[in-house]
Design a protein around this ligand. Structure first.
Ligand SMILES: [Zn+2]
Length: 406
């Protein structure tokens, strides 16, 4: 297979360009040597890298990825199925056998659109991925790169979905899998991890504690790191959701794309995906980005508004975005600068109402965290309507559908 078109990596913190290393690494210029987090304090931004491609070289191959003929079948090569169709803009030379990932449905939610006063609303249903969440896109790239690096074991810290995703793919690929989850990981999620036979470490603390414990163990054992808020290659998998949205809308860019925000990786990846399509001339503008945080824990909303950090209870059922120290903030804030949009905090009641609406008015079962994106979009669109902007065409990324609660 043709080699990837990765040209180099660029630090999101200091801007230094450097060779794209085979393994996951932080910036070689500004990351401190102590500890994987690469942060000087829990509140500092880690020196995460961004992958840059040779877009002129990638363009012809990427165009052949668009609109493949016919549905995927077991006979087709793995490299021609799902997100690996876009491998001209992925950091992958060889696609290993993996469960088909991506090419999820984009559902027109007409009843919801009408009630919310939107011109159109589409739901990108990421619950249709192999382990039922968007994280599978990052995991597919992680497994491809882990295999290429000769790794025998992979690991991550996660509130649940990334861990389950990694455990499922590692089981398929025959890799050892070590996952670190917070003390309040739901029984549902622990049961999924058990099904996939993962080595599960339940922290006594929060997701942030689990993240630190995973980093320490991973560095000590030399396992392959599947944390999007560290490994620069993983958001590359996530950005393919933007490619698919654009393709499914016949390259008519929506006015806004909404997603939940924890570390900032997913919405940052979506912003990058649309920027790359614009750079390639496939779309002529960027959708605005709306990121949802829970009102009980909204560090990125405060930062985006220019407010100082404030004490926060963290008492939210939105388990997948329960992040006190967001690690990919620089990426997300840069994409918001490029595309416009907003970060919006939503209360538990609004999230619950959005979740019920997704089920009862669109037939989609979303996890609490994913419903936050609809709640945030609803609030933002109402503000825009008051400012005279009506008929917005919106996409909500339903990142997962597993129950967050016990
Ligand atoms: Zn740097």
């Amino acid at each position: 297979m043709q080699a990837s078109h990765v040209r180099h990596a660029r630090c999101l913190r200091c801007g230094a360009e450097q060779p794209a290393a085979p393994l996951a690494e932080l910036c070689t210029r500004c990351a401190p040597a102590t500890g994987e987090s690469g942060a000087d304090s829990p509140d500092a931004d880690p020196a995460i890298l961004d992958v840059v491609y040779d877009y002129d070289a990638a363009r012809p191959a990427l165009l052949t990825a668009i609109a493949p003929s016919g549905p995927p079948s077991a006979r087709r090569a793995d490299a021609d199925v799902g997100l690996f169709r876009w491998r001209a803009l992925l950091p992958v030379d060889t696609v290993p056998p993996l469960p088909p990932t991506g090419d999820t449905p984009l559902l027109a939610a007409e009843r919801l659109a009408t009630r919310l006063g939107l011109g159109a609303l589409h739901l990108k249903d990421e619950t249709r991925n192999p382990t039922r969440c968007l994280k599978d896109r990052a995991t597919a790239v992680a497994i491809a790169r882990a295999r290429a690096a000769g790794a025998t074991d992979v690991y991550c810290a996660s509130a649940g979905n990334a861990a389950i995703s990694l455990a499922g793919y590692a089981a398929y690929a025959g890799l050892g899998c070590h996952v670190y989850v917070p003390h309040d990981a739901s029984r549902t999620r622990l049961a999924w991890l058990e099904q996939f036979g993962a080595d599960v470490h339940v922290s006594r603390g929060s997701y942030d504690d689990a993240f630190a414990e995973a980093a320490e163990a991973g560095a000590r054992h030399g396992w392959y790191n599947r944390n999007c808020a560290y490994n620069p290659y993983l958001v590359e998998g996530k950005k393919t959701v933007a490619f698919e949205i654009a393709e499914q809308l016949d390259w008519q860019v929506p006015d806004v794309v909404a997603a939940p925000v924890g570390d900032g990786c997913t919405l940052g990846a979506i912003g990058k995906g649309f920027r790359e399509l614009r750079a390639l001339g496939l779309i002529d503008r960027l959708p605005r980005l709306v990121g949802a945080q829970a009102a009980a824990l909204q560090p990125l909303v405060r930062r985006w508004r220019g407010e100082p950090p404030a004490p926060e209870s963290g008492a939210t059922r939105a388990a997948s975005i329960k992040v006190r120290h967001p690690r990919n903030a620089l990426r997300l804030l840069a994409e918001l600068d490029a595309a416009g949009g907003a970060l919006v905090a939503v209360e538990e009641e609004a999230i619950e109402a959005a979740r019920r609406a997704l089920g009862r008015e669109a037939g989609v079962v979303a996890e609490f965290t994913s419903a936050a994106a609809l709640a945030a979009l609803e609030r933002w669109a109402a503000e825009r309507a008051r400012a005279g902007e009506r008929g917005l065409r919106a996409v909500v990324v339903v990142t997962g559908g597993r129950p967050d609660e016990l």
